[in-house]
Design a protein around this ligand. Structure first.
Ligand SMILES: NC(=O)c1ccc[n+]([C@@H]2O[C@H](COP(=O)([O-])OP(=O)(O)OC[C@H]3O[C@@H](n4cnc5c(N)ncnc54)[C@H](OP(=O)(O)O)[C@@H]3O)[C@@H](O)[C@H]2O)c1
Length: 332
């Protein structure tokens, strides 16, 4: 028998989640049946979308039942397998959930080649919900050009860090918006983008007027709300506004504030387009190839923040709203 420790939803949050919304449970897992594998989870990706599953509303990513294990992507190592495609010791990616171990059909997992790129990079720079999302948003949907002035919101988070770095690698002038002076230093000194704006202490509009006097050509928005309006007011003619997410709205999914200044799109012949990374599956192979090459060439400087212990999964999830830098993961 293998002991699985898992984090479950104890109560639905009212507004943003709090620690008392979660509980930890243990269960015993048996041996794999035919076609199954027993996997020890090594790193779990802490993603903003997980927080959208905590309410009763069945949104894009579904709704977790009370007592249910929270959904999460992760990487792990096969302990035992009763499926021909996986063997003990294989490293795999899959929908691990907020737990230390799982017994599941082998078909749920994707075997990883870790000879040159470590498994956890498949959650960060190569992660579907991080690097691949940033690539699809910036390049496939956003049509990044080296002449662009680009703005990225939640720029010091996971998706925002990779989006900012893709912009820099692509030769654009990148301005990142993030909360606090430490994050601005990270954006400018570590990621090497043109400038950071601290939305908690600075006037975003005034700073954008200085930094982007000819307007913003590409806006990669993770935040929504007032930040979206502030940038919409400063878009250049034929700008592209790409809606990746709206984390400022995730505490009240039934009452999302829409943009007030959307008429700037008409006035400036601009487009605003949302996307989900899974829809753009035709672009994934090219995205993986380019991201892997840039990773091997050491072009990424995104920080990784690993929280130790599965019981700290809720604490890590709340950090998405209170502040962390780079890619957040839990090591169970
Ligand atoms: N479209 C897709 O397919 C797709 C896929 C993956 C992710 N996403 C979206 O990408 C965004 C980033 O997700 P992630 O998982 O990479 O998380 P993340 O950026 O690592 O963490 C979220 C960040 O949001 C910022 N934030 C939180 N509340 C905020 C508020 N009220 N106003 C302004 N900033 C706020 C925080 O940074 P500060 O300290 O700077 O506030 C935090 O670092 C989310 O909107 C998510 O839904 C979309």
């Amino acid at each position: 028998m293998t002991t699985n420790r898992k984090v479950v939803l104890a109560a639905r949050p009212e507004g943003l989640p709090t620690l008392d919304c979660f509980g930890t449970e243990e269960e015993q897992l048996g041996e794999p049946a035919e076609g199954q594998a027993l996997v020890e989870v090594q790193h779990i990706s802490i993603d903003a979308w997980i927080s959208t599953t905590l309410g009763a509303r069945d949104g894009h990513h579904g709704s977790v039942p009370i007592g249910g294990t929270l959904p999460a992507l992760g990487v792990g190592r096969v302990i035992r397998s009763a499926a021909p495609e996986l063997a003990a010791g294989d490293e795999v990616f899959g929908p691990m959930g907020s737990q230390s171990h799982l017994l599941a059909p082998a078909a749920m997992f994707q075997k990883l080649d870790v000879s040159q790129i470590p498994a956890r990079s498949h959650l960060g720079v190569l992660g579907l919900t991080t690097g691949m999302t940033a690539y699809v948003g910036m390049i496939t949907v956003g049509g990044l050009r080296d002449t662009d002035t680009v703005v990225v919101s939640a720029a010091a988070g996971a998706t925002g860090s990779v989006a900012s770095e893709i912009g820099r690698i692509g030769g654009a002038k990148v301005i990142g918006i993030a909360g606090g002076p430490d994050k601005v230093r990270y954006l400018e000194d570590e990621l090497g983008i043109a400038a950071g704006i601290d939305y908690k202490n600075e006037d975003i509009g005034a700073r954008l007027n200085e930094l982007a006097p000819d307007g913003v050509n590409l806006f990669f928005d993770n935040v929504g709300g007032t930040i979206l309006d502030t940038v919409l007011d400063r878009i250049a003619p034929q700008a592209r506004v790409v809606i990746c997410g709206a984390i400022s709205q995730y505490g009240h999914m039934n009452d999302i504030a829409g943009p007030k200044l959307y008429l700037r799109l008409a006035e400036r012949n601009a487009t605003m387009r949302g996307f989900t990374v899974d829809y753009w599956s035709d672009a994934h192979a090219q995205a993986r190839e380019d991201l892997s090459r840039w990773l091997k060439e050491d072009k990424f400087h995104i920080r990784e923040h690993v929280v130790e212990g599965i019981e700290r999964f809720p604490e890590a999830l709340l950090m998405l709203f209170s502040g962390h830098i780079g890619k957040l993961m839990v090591a169970p």
